[in-house]
Every structure is written in structure tokens, then in C-alpha cells.
Write a protein that binds this ligand. Structure first.
Ligand SMILES: [Zn+2]
Length: 138
């Protein structure tokens, strides 16, 4: 691989890790909304406590949580550490897969890992919502 090819491969890998982080953010949103029977397309991402629509800084995976110190910038409501944890897990899954398997196989394995993470996170969220409903009806 010549230096130009190496730079191109690195750029594609970096892009895939960014996409993985954004998919983690999407998984968080889906895990939050689907068990409540809410749409995953409308409305725009917002604070559950005060309704403020999230801006670009809030939506940066992992770093947005760190910049906001885990709280809503308007009302100070806690965001919950699971959000950056899921985002980081997705980003790391892709990074590790690419680093160990190379571009093609790594992209496939990383995508599969993220799909499993997503299914696990959404499934876990449904189970938690079911447990909450059961404890309320007791
Ligand atoms: Zn808020």
C-alpha cells in the first residue's frame, strides 16, 4: 500500500468510526422512544424534562455529554450515563474491528457488532419499560 492509499484507508476508517458513534446516538434515541410508543422521526431530539430541542453541541456523541457535564444545558436535568456509554461502545466496536480485521472485514464485523448492540439496547429498554409497568400495576 502506497502512502496515498494508506491515507485514504485511514480516512475511510475514521469516517466509519464517526458513523458508528452517530449510530450509537440513534440507538439511544430509539431505546428511549420505542418502548413509549413514540416516533423515532418526530419530534426533533429534546430534553425530556424541559422540552428544549437539542442543538449540535448536545448531539455530538460522547463529547456532547462531557461538554454538558451529563446535564441539560437549560434545566440541569441529568442525561444518564447510558447515553455516552452506548455511543462509546458503538464507536469502540467499529474501531477495534477495523484495527484488527482491516477495512472490509472490519467494517462488516463492526456493523454487525453495532446491530447487536442496538438490538440489545432497545430490547433491554423494552424489558425495563415492561418491568416499570408491572411494578406500577401491583
Ligand atoms: Zn432540560
Amino acid at each position: 500500500m502506497n502512502p496515498a492509499e494508506a491515507v485514504a484507508v485511514f480516512a475511510v476508517m475514521a469516517y466509519l468510526v464517526v458513523v458508528a458513534l452517530l449510530l450509537g446516538s440513534f440507538i439511544n434515541m430509539a431505546a428511549d422512544r420505542l418502548p413509549r410508543g413514540e416516533s423515532i422521526t418526530q419530534p426533533r431530539s429534546h430534553c425530556r424534562s424541559c422540552g428544549r430541542v437539542l442543538n449540535l453541541v448536545d448531539l455530538i456523541p460522547v463529547a456532547g455529554y462531557a461538554i454538558r457535564r451529563g446535564r441539560c444545558a437549560s434545566c440541569g436535568a441529568s442525561i444518564g450515563a447510558s447515553a455516552p456509554a452506548v455511543e462509546a461502545a458503538c464507536g469502540l466496536s467499529m474501531l477495534v474491528a477495523l484495527a484488527t480485521l482491516g477495512l472490509a472485514s472490519g467494517a462488516l464485523a463492526g456493523s454487525a457488532a453495532i446491530a447487536l448492540l442496538g438490538a440489545g439496547a432497545v430490547g433491554w429498554s423494552f424489558a425495563r419499560a415492561g418491568a416499570r409497568r408491572e411494578s406500577r400495576s401491583d
